[in-house]
Design a protein around this ligand. Structure first.
Ligand code: COA
Length: 357
């Protein structure tokens, strides 16, 4: 996982909009969130998380066959942020694409990668959930600006003869709710113009109450569906790792499932809603502190714009703790140098081709 160093607390927000720490805490469970600085972006966080995941998996970037970047805040409409990550980590044998299913994207991505491996067409995939969603936040809108934060998380999936890994998944969408959570302009329907910017249509728009109702309805239901598909029951599950949008949403889902809250991994208090990054960040923390152990059965459950939702049941077969604590600065420098070198090579290639033409 990778999160920006800059912390924005509820007390900071009190100075920006008409809100209070008490209101935010009681309605959402969020105390603080991380915010990208000017030099950070969706790909820079994704690169850092990707390199750490490869390190933990003991793989070289060149051994990857596929990179999926699930993101709600891609750096561009194209090229895909996944391609930027592929370049900067030096995964020169991997295909790369972005997956857009809003906050549910990471669960969709995990399932896509697992199925590609299961089909035999690839052996190793990197799934990244990366966001700099605060770049789309209207810092004058108290309904939304209190909720979101930035970060990234990444999983490496690998073909194996051992039982375990992804056991089942349920992916769903209901586009009739597309207007409940959206960035209304800057796509092809409403390209960015002076008028759209003046109207603030390039910011996140959300009908909070409706989204809340939808989220609490689908979480318990899709968890049960995915478990039934895997031939398991809730008693077989050690951990539920839900999308971290609001503590109260998780609480309601726990009630719906009749499961104690202490079997849910929850860190929304420290990061807010980091969209596609929230599930891998929560998973990463639970693995690092020893809560999730090899052999544990886990349900990842996500929901978000689209509307989309998904549940995925997995048996954790990966490492139970990182081999060593890694210094992210080392990765940043290394990634920058590598990309720079490739650009220089491309420059000389251009000169040689120009001469030959
Ligand atoms: N500080 C203080 N007051 C606020 C506020 C803030 N940051 N934001 C809204 N309010 C006010 C509203 O204006 C409203 O005032 P009114 O009654 O005078 O009109 C009141 O608080 C209640 O607002 P409401 O929207 O009904 O609050 P809520 O209990 O539904 O909580 C959310 C709002 C956004 C926290 C909640 O609806 C939510 O979490 N929804 C889901 C969001 C989500 O998960 N999105 C991402 C999905 S991936």
């Amino acid at each position: 996982m990778a999160v920006p160093e800059k912390v924005l607390t509820n007390q900071d927000l009190e100075k920006m909009v008409d809100t209070t720490n008490e209101w935010i805490l009681s309605r959402t469970g969020i105390r603080e969130r991380r915010i990208v600085n000017e030099s950070q972006s969706t790909s820079s966080l994704g690169i850092e998380a990707a390199l750490k995941a490869l390190d933990v998996a003991n793989l070289k970037p060149g051994e990857l066959d596929l990179i999926i970047c699930a993101t709600s805040s891609p750096e561009y409409i194209f090229p895909a942020t996944a391609s930027l990550i592929q370049d900067r980590i030096g995964a020169n044998k991997a295909g790369a694409f972005d997956l857009l299913a809003a906050c549910t994207g990471f669960v969709y991505g995990l399932n896509m990668a697992a199925q590609a491996i299961r089909s035999g067409s690839i052996k190793r995939a990197l799934v990244v959930g990366a966001e700099s969603l605060t770049r789309y936040v209207n810092w004058e809108d108290r309904n939304t600006c209190i909720l979101f934060g930035d970060g990234a998380g990444a999983f490496v999936l690998e073909a194996s003869q051992e039982p375990g890994g992804v056991l089942s998944s349920v992916l769903r969408s209901d586009g009739s709710g597309s207007e409940l959570l959206t960035i209304p302009a800057s796509g092809s329907k409403n390209p960015a113009t002076e008028a759209t910017v003046r109207a603030g249509l390039h910011y996140i728009y959300m009908e909070g109450k409706e989204v809340f109702r939808f989220a609490t309805r689908v979480m318990a239901q899709s968890t049960r569906e995915a478990l039934a598909m895997a031939g398991l029951t809730l008693d077989d599950v050690q951990w539920i790792i839900p999308h971290q949008a609001n503590y109260r949403i998780i609480e309601t889902a726990a009630r719906g499932l009749k499961m104690p809250l202490d079997r849910f991994v929850i860190n929304v208090e420290r990061y807010g809603n980091t969209s596609t990054a929230s599930i891998p960040i929560a998973a990463c923390e639970a693995i690092e502190d020893g809560r999730v152990k090899v052999g544990d059965k886990i349900v990842f459950v996500g929901f978000g714009g689209g509307l989309t939702w998904a549940s995925l049941v997995a048996e954790w077969t990966g490492p139970s703790a990182p081999r060593k604590k890694v210094d992210p600065r080392r990765y940043r420098v290394w990634a920058r140098l590598r990309s720079l070198l490739r650009r220089v090579l491309r420059f000389f290639e251009g000169i040689i081709w120009g001469r030959n033409a």
